[in-house]
Structures are given as structure tokens and as C-alpha cells.
Design a protein around this ligand. Structure first.
Ligand code: UN1
Length: 522
């Protein structure tokens, strides 16, 4: 064990975690959920917790036949929902938002148990769902099309936006509820229906979201079958990918997953919205406010135990500030309480599982072999025997001689590589040198540097921030990134357009028939 502060030396018992999950689910379902929650072990989908690394319950797995039936039901429901007026569709999402406010703590409790997020971040994730519901409700009255000047007299040109169809949503463990809400809230106001395949690691939160949406539908008399949940593994996800009735596959996960999903959906001319890996950097310039930079960096790099796709993985520090910066980050890391994420005061919870820990160890070994100087990164013994299957770590900061290949990989753990630069050109080139393009930041008080970073020849990422870290985006902006991040945009701004199809309408209200481009015919 190192000098990192431990928040608690004992972890909650598995009985305690089961009881908390049962209670939260019962509040959400408004009834006991004993029939849904089987004893751990045996065939089915396993709900477990990274807090202790133990299995909690076994849930019934969706069969291939049930998945097909769900897509059929969603396709049928679409025929009704697409002609339901958009503001009426908005009423469903408004009700969902109200239920999320009512059950914010219950859902956050499940997020903490299944994904290992600290309570404040779990509550923040549910808040992100509430925010996107409110955004979507406003949007339900703003699905605007354009009117375009026609080149012909007596003609009008316009665009109309129509619902797309069934949207298949595939989500990852690290944002088990917010990413579903980003997709579902927008898809539902756009007139689409949803079939969701959550991560196998987070089935309880998924059941809870589905139950809240079903309740919202009942409360506002929306048709049932607008939304379906598929619990299972890769095969189930593949059904969504391959079924031609699924008009859009919105998938969040690894680059490798996206490389498989993208071409398969394209093969059948379906649409994809991909939100894949990130390898996010922050440039720290000589003019940076270092207090602010250190705070921004520590939250972005160590928050969520380094398991956000927006996690800060690289600092590109000017040579004049690098030593001080590394010292201050390492100092801040030493005072970050690591431990049970459900306890007040903990700031760093567990890694999701042993594989994540092994990946972290492997990346650090490689970084050391490449000449990296590592501070932190050790496993933390939080719970003695109780924590044998749980993986808590100190966040690591690694000074690298250069961006070696390991720095170009996204390791889903709290490892922060630091490289140095001399000129801003060089810093921007380093920022852009990785295959992923999700988020980026610059810490500077020089407006020229800030603007240069956001210009066309600046950061090549979907998110380019000034004086804040790379993570923790608000829902109002479009979220997503370029290159291997997949190019998709979700949540705010005009991301809704991905969930609709556009028709261009030319209306001739004259009694002549002039042809475009001055063509004469007869
Ligand atoms: C993700 O990690 O998949 O910007 C999403 C953020 C959050 C969303 C992260 N609002 O960090």
C-alpha cells in the first residue's frame, strides 16, 4: 500500500449490496422484484458488482427468438408512433424525466453498485438523463425543416424531417444509463422506437431504466412496445446489427466493436452512429493558470477511475511547466481517497473487473519499458479478504520521453501519460497524433493559443475545450468524435438529425412546368 489515502478499510458485504439493489429496484418497479432477481450462479445474465467483485443476482437472458419478437414489436409500434404528433411524443419523455427526478437516488444507487461510480458521479449521470429528457421535450416542438429559395417561379422548395424507424441502442458499462437516455429520449421524440442492448456488466440499471420508461408510457397513455430491453451477450447485439428492420444502430464501446458493427450495418445500408474510444489530451501552456489546470486534470484523469471515454489520458506540457505540473498532479493523487464508491468522501472507486486491472498493469509495464517514469498505479488493498475479487488502484501519472505506441492505445484505467513540447505547433501535432479523436483541452490564458487550438488546423477532436478538462461535457452540445472515435454525434445541438430521415419537397404552385437548370423538353 502507498501513501494514498484509503477512504474505508472495509467494504460492504454482498448481502448488504443485494439488499440495497433490491430496495432501489422495488422503489422503481413499485413492487418487490424477487421474481426477476435469481440467486447468483446458474445460467443466465449475471449481475455483479465491482465494489467487492462478487455476483449479486442471476437474471433471465433474452433468447434469440425473443430478441426477434422485440424488434418485430418495435417495428409495429413505429407505425403508430411515427404519426403521433411530436409534442405528444414529447409528453412521454417529459414524464420519463419526472420519474427520473423522483427516482434519482434509486437509479444512482444501482449505477454505483454495478458500475462502481462514486455516489456524486452516479447522481451526475442520472442528472444527465434528466437534462437530456428536458432537452428532448423542447426539441419535440423544434424539429425544424428549412424552406429553400427555388430557382423556378411559382415553386417552393423545403425539407421535411420524418421518423426513421427502429433504433438499436448498444451501450457500454461506464455510462450504463445516461447513454441510453441520450439515445432514447431523442429517438422517442423523433418518432422512432427503441430496442436496447446494454452492457452485460450492467443489467440491473438497464432493467430499472426500462421499467421507468414503461411506467412513463402507461402514465401518458403512450402505446406500449415503444421500447424494448434485450439482456444478453454478443449474439443478441448481432441481431440488432444484422436485422434490416433496425434503421439505425447507435453503438457505444470499443474501437474494435465499432470496426465490426460499422461495416455490417453498412452492408445492409442501415445507418450507424458510433461513439467509440478516445485518447484525450490536455495541452498545458506556459501561460496556464496551474491551480486551475491541476484541478481540471485530476478530475478528468482520475475521476470515474479513468473509465470514461472522455477520460484525460495524456498531458502535453510545455517544458517550462512540466516538472511543477507532474509534481502537483502526483501530490493531488496522493490525497485522493480510494475505496468503496458508496461511502461519502471516496473519490476513486474500483476498476470494473480484473481484466481492466490486468490491462492497466500491462500498459504500465510497457510504459516503463519505453522509458516512462511512473508515480502511483499500484493496486490498493481496500477490503482485505472481502476485496479479493475487487480491483482498486491508485491513479498513475507517467512521464514519457515521447508518445510511444502504448500512449496511442486507450487503456481504460487511470493512467495519465505526460509528454513535453516546445512550440504550440508541436503540441497540437502531439494532440492529433493518436488514432482516436474524441475530446481535447488546452489550459492557457493566452487568447491566441486558445483560438489556435480551436481553429481548423488545431485540435482534430469532436470536443476541444479551453481551461476545463476533457470529460464532463454538458448535454446541450453535440457529443462525439472523429477518426477511430467513429464520427457519431449524440445528445444535444442538432444530433437529433441522425434519428430522422430528411425529404426534400419541391412544390409547384404555378400553372407552368418550368424545368430546373433551364432544360427545355418539348
Ligand atoms: C462516455 O464516457 O461514454 O462528457 C460518456 C462526459 C460525460 C459523458 C461520457 N458527459 O464525460
Amino acid at each position: 500500500m502507498t501513501s494514498v489515502e484509503l477512504n474505508k478499510t472495509t467494504l460492504p458485504s454482498v448481502d448488504d449490496l443485494q439488499a440495497r439493489a433490491r430496495e432501489a429496484l422495488a422503489a422503481i418497479f413499485e413492487r418487490p422484484v424477487d421474481t426477476e432477481l435469481g440467486e447468483p450462479g446458474g445460467p443466465g445474465v449475471h449481475a455483479s458488482t465491482p465494489i467487492t467483485g462478487e455476483a449479486l443476482f442471476t437474471l433471465v437472458e433474452t433468447t434469440a427468438q425473443e430478441a426477434r419478437a422485440a424488434i418485430t414489436a418495435a417495428a409495429e409500434a413505429f407505425t403508430v408512433w411515427r404519426t403521433t404528433p411530436a409534442p405528444v411524443r414529447g409528453a412521454l419523455v417529459a414524464r420519463l424525466g419526472e420519474l427520473l427526478i423522483e427516482h434519482k437516488e434509486d437509479l444512482a444507487c444501482l449505477v454505483t453498485i454495478e458500475a462502481g461510480k462514486i455516489t456524486s458521479e452516479a447522481l451526475g449521470e442520472v442528472q444527465e438523463m434528466i437534462d437530456v429528457c428536458q432537452f428532448a421535450v423542447g426539441l419535440s416542438r423544434q424539429l425544424y425543416g428549412r424552406t429553400i429559395a427555388s430557382e423556378r417561379p411559382g415553386h417552393r422548395l423545403m425539407e421535411t424531417w420524418h421518423p426513421l424507424g427502429v433504433v438499436g441502442v448498444i451501450t457500454a458499462f461506464n455510462f450504463p444509463v445516461a447513454v441510453w437516455a441520450w439515445n432514447s429520449a431523442i429517438a422517442l421524440v423523433c418518432g422512432d422506437t427503441v430496442v436496447w442492448k446494454p452492457s452485460e456488466l450492467t443489467p440491473l440499471t438497464a432493467m430499472a431504466c426500462q421499467a421507468l420508461l414503461e411506467r412513463a408510457a402507461r402514465d401518458v397513455d403512450a402505446p406500449p412496445a415503444l421500447s424494448h430491453l434485450l439482456l444478453g451477450g454478443r449474439d443478441i447485439g448481432e441481431q440488432l446489427v444484422d436485422d434490416p428492420r433496425v434503421a439505425l444502430v447507435s453503438a457505444t464501446g470499443s474501437v474494435r466493436m465499432g470496426q465490426q458493427v460499422g461495416p455490417r450495418v453498412a452492408q445492409r445500408f442501415g445507418k450507424v452512429l458510433l461513439e467509440l474510444g478516445g485518447n484525450n489530451a490536455a495541452i498545458v501552456t506556459p501561460s496556464a493558470d496551474l491551480d486551475l489546470a491541476v484541478r481540471g486534470i485530476v478530475f478528468a484523469a482520475a475521476g470515474t477511475a479513468g473509465q470514461r471515454c472522455t477520460t484525460l489520458r495524456r498531458v502535453i506540457a510545455h517544458t517550462s511547466v512540466a516538472d511543477t505540473l507532474i509534481e502537483r498532479i502526483a501530490g493531488a493523487y496522493r490525497s485522493l481517497p480510494v475505496g468503496d464508491p458508496s461511502t461519502d468522501g471516496t473519490l476513486v472507486g474500483p476498476l470494473i473487473h480484473e481484466t481492466a486491472y490486468r490491462d492497466m498493469v500491462g500498459a504500465l509495464e510497457q510504459a516503463r519499458a519505453d522509458g516512462g517514469e511512473i508515480t502511483g498505479g499500484e493496486r490498493v488493498d481496500v477490503g482485505g479478504d472481502a476485496g479479493a475479487g475487487a480491483f482498486y488502484v491508485n491513479p498513475a501519472v507517467v512521464r514519457m520521453p515521447s508518445q510511444t505506441p502504448i500512449v496511442h492505445d486507450e487503456t481504460f484505467a487511470p493512467i495519465l501519460y505526460v509528454v513535453t513540447y516546445e512550440t504550440l505547433e508541436e503540441a497540437i501535432a502531439l494532440n492529433n497524433a493518436v488514432p482516436q479523436g474524441l475530446s481535447s483541452a488546452i489550459f492557457t490564458t493566452d487568447i491566441r493559443e486558445a483560438e489556435r487550438f480551436m481553429a481548423a488546423d488545431g485540435s482534430d477532436c469532436g470536443i476541444a475545450n479551453v481551461n476545463i478538462g476533457t470529460s464532463g461535457a454538458e448535454i446541450g452540445g453535440a457529443f462525439g468524435g472523429e477518426k477511430q472515435t467513429g464520427g457519431g454525434r449524440e445528445s444535444g445541438s442538432d444530433s437529433w438529425k441522425a434519428y430522422m430521415r430528411r425529404a426534400t419537397n419541391t412544390v409547384n404552385y404555378s400553372s407552368e412546368l418550368p424545368l430546373a437548370q433551364g432544360v427545355k423538353f418539348g
